[in-house]
Structure formats: structure tokens, C-alpha cells
Write a protein that binds this ligand. Structure first.
Ligand code: BGC
Length: 372
């Protein structure tokens, strides 16, 4: 399939992201997909804000950070309670921890969900700092929310929780650890005194844990103790930069992600994935592209960009996954019957395509404003 024109797809992606952002600043995960409709995830949203920021949509990114801050500050007492209970040796049950997603107005959802996930709280801190570094932004307006998030993560990072895919709650996931380490490290310049020290100590301890128990045979592993890899691990290399792309660990992780999870340029989440039959995810292909680019392989990053672009519909919408190569073909219909066809458009897919295309200089913030 011929990929659509990169600039046109990027401009459409940015229009979707800014056009669908709610008045409260939330980014809907997908406007139409039954199971996601009405919700904004910290994980998806932070990467979407990072792409918006990189594309020059400063106000959009900052409205998302405002939304995050409002969610957190509204729960300040609850967060302080979690931190105090944990310090007293009584870590609250998973159901009392902060959820992965909220309604656009910042309320907890009414639907059952696999909610206890820590990664998004690290990722929003990381995205906020990346935004400040890019645009010279003064972050004092988000200071209270940053401090609450840091306290929450310092208290909780060792706990098992659901992963990026909202699965396997009994494990400590390496990509989750990478998000938390990146976030705590990113927040350090905004902190002072004992809190700054705690953030630095925790972040260093997490990186050390990743480098020791988080690896197997010289590459990152899916969770502590697992023999598997996961497509989300590319994020630890880029854009989070927790593991240097050119280090032996970074290089071997990229090699194994290519060898085990990548088919014709499209990246699977993990072997054994059955969700919608376990297809290939454009957003993960873009994460791998960012990692390859950081490792110096621009040609491969371009191929991965082209594959991700080729998943666009005729209307230039990007799906969550495509079924060209399925790990568990027999499971696809079951999910379609349950939740409808695959989430399309998925804003996170559009965000990662934008982010990789900008990193590759295929288009610039200026050219996106005036596409030809
Ligand atoms: C994915 C999550 C994502 C959510 C919303 C789920 O299917 O597993 O990673 O945050 O969809 O896009």
C-alpha cells in the first residue's frame, strides 16, 4: 500500500488533536470507540500533549497540563492520604489508588476499568518538562500538581500495577518503571529540599532496578521476572531517554523488538496478545522509529514511519491497530462483537506519527500551519 503524503497526514493529525480537545483541556482517546468514548487517559494524553507541543501547538499542550493539574489538585487530600498510609506501612488497596483515565470534566469514571496504572503520572511530568525545555515555559502554574504527583510516585513506584495495556496487575512492568523514572527525573528542577532529594533518589533507584532486574540477556524485559519483551519498551529508549539508545542495553533491546515483535515494519504489543486478534500498532511502530532514530538508524526510522502512515484510512484517520498480521486471528471477531470495530481514529496513534515525523524533519511546525 502506498502511504499517504506525510505532510497531509501530519496536518490532519494535528487538526484532529486540537479539534477534538475538550473545553476542559482533555484529549479524548478516541471520539467514537465504545469502550473509550468520554474518557481521557493520562498516558495517551501526555504523549498527545508532547506531540502537540513539538508541533508548536503550545496552548493546546498547556490546556492539557491544566486539565491534569485540575484532576490532581482536586484529589490533593486523597493523594496525601495515600502517601501517609503508605509511609505508615498500610499501602491502600489498588481500588483506592489514582485511576488511569478520567471523564473530560475530571471525574472518576462510572464504568469498571483496569484502573490502577502508575505510568501516566510519570509521563505527564516528563511531557511537562519536555514542553518547558522546548518553549522556555515557566512551570510555576503547575507546581502544586507536580509536587502531588512526585509524592504519589515516590510512595508508590515499587507497587505492581496494570501495564500500558491495562493487563497483568500482579507484576512490576519495566515500561511503567521507565515512565515513572523519567517523570521523577524531569520534575527535579521544579522541586526543592527533601522532596527534590526524594525524587532524585527514587528516580536513580528505579533506573538501577531497570538495569538489573528489568533486563534479561542484555535487553529490557516486559516485567520483572518475565522472559518476554513488549513493544512499549521502545519508549524507555525514546522519547523517554531512560536507557541510552546507543548503549549495549538500548541496542540489544531495539534488536529484540525488531526480531520478535516487528513484522514487515508493523510492531505488535507482545507475543500472546489476543486483543482484537493481536494486530500491529502504528503508535508502537512510531515508538520503535523514535528509538531507531536515536540509535542513528534514520533509514529504518523512515521505513517505520512509512509503515505507520500506510495504516491510515482513506480519510487519513489512524487506527489503534491493523489486522494485516494477527497473533491470534481467532480472537478478532470476539472483540468486534464486544466493543465494535477497532478504535479509529485513535489520537495517540496520530500523536506518535506526528512526533516521529517531526523528529525526522519530514515536516516542521511552520509547514504544518500551512500545508500544501
Ligand atoms: C490500551 C491503552 C490505552 C487505551 C486508550 C487501550 O486499549 O491498552 O494503552 O491507553 O486503550 O487508548
Amino acid at each position: 500500500m502506498t502511504p499517504p503524503d506525510a505532510a497531509a497526514l501530519a496536518a490532519h493529525s494535528l487538526r484532529l488533536i486540537t479539534g477534538l480537545q475538550t473545553p476542559e483541556g482533555a484529549y479524548p482517546a478516541s471520539p467514537s470507540f465504545s469502550a473509550y468514548r468520554g474518557y481521557c487517559w493520562f498516558r495517551d494524553g501526555a504523549f498527545i500533549a508532547d506531540a502537540a507541543s513539538a508541533a508548536g501547538e503550545i496552548a493546546s499542550a498547556e490546556r492539557f497540563f491544566d486539565w491534569c493539574a485540575a484532576v490532581l489538585v482536586a484529589r490533593a487530600d486523597h493523594i496525601r492520604w495515600i502517601v501517609a498510609e503508605t509511609a505508615a506501612g498500610r499501602p491502600p488497596a489498588a481500588e483506592r489508588m489514582l485511576p488511569a483515565r478520567y471523564t473530560f470534566s475530571g471525574d472518576d469514571g462510572a464504568d469498571e476499568w483496569w484502573d490502577f496504572q502508575l505510568d501516566g503520572y510519570g509521563t505527564w511530568l516528563w511531557a511537562l518538562r519536555a514542553h518547558a525545555d522546548r518553549h522556555g515555559t515557566d512551570l510555576s502554574r503547575w507546581a502544586d500538581a507536580v509536587e502531588l504527583t512526585v509524592d504519589y510516585l515516590v510512595a508508590s513506584w515499587q507497587r505492581p500495577c496494570f501495564d500500558w495495556w491495562e493487563e497483568h496487575a500482579m507484576h512490576v512492568h519495566v515500561s511503567t518503571l521507565a515512565c515513572v523514572a523519567a517523570g521523577l527525573d524531569a520534575a527535579r528542577p521544579d522541586l526543592s529540599g527533601a522532596r527534590a532529594e526524594r525524587a532524585a533518589t527514587s528516580s536513580a533507584a528505579i533506573v538501577e532496578l531497570i538495569r538489573t532486574e528489568g533486563t534479561l540477556d542484555g535487553r529490557l524485559r516486559k516485567w520483572l521476572g518475565s522472559t518476554a519483551v513488549d513493544g512499549s519498551l521502545a519508549a524507555a529508549i525514546a522519547p523517554l531517554e531512560v536507557i541510552p539508545a546507543t548503549s549495549p542495553l538500548g541496542a540489544e533491546t531495539i534488536r529484540v523488538l525488531e526480531a520478535h515483535l516487528t513484522v514487515d515494519g508493523g510492531v505488535h504489543r507482545f507475543l500472546g496478545d489476543t486483543f482484537f486478534g493481536g494486530g500491529q500498532w502504528p503508535l508502537l511502530t512510531c515508538f520503535l522509529g523514535l528509538a531507531q532514530l536515536a540509535a542513528g538508524d534514520r533509514a529504518r526510522a523512515l521505513e517505520l514511519f512509512a509503515w505507520a502512515s500506510s495504516t491510515a484510512t482513506d480519510d487519513l484517520d489512524l487506527p489503534e491497530q491493523v489486522p494485516g498480521h494477527l497473533i491470534a486471528p481467532g480472537m478478532r471477531q470476539e472483540w468486534i462483537d464486544r466493543w465494535g470495530t477497532v478504535a479509529t481514529p485513535l489520537l495517540w496513534s496520530h500523536a506518535m506519527l506526528l512526533r516521529l515525523g517531526l523528529a525526522l524533519d519530514l515536516f516542521t511546525p511552520d509547514s504544518l500551519k500551512d500545508p500544501r
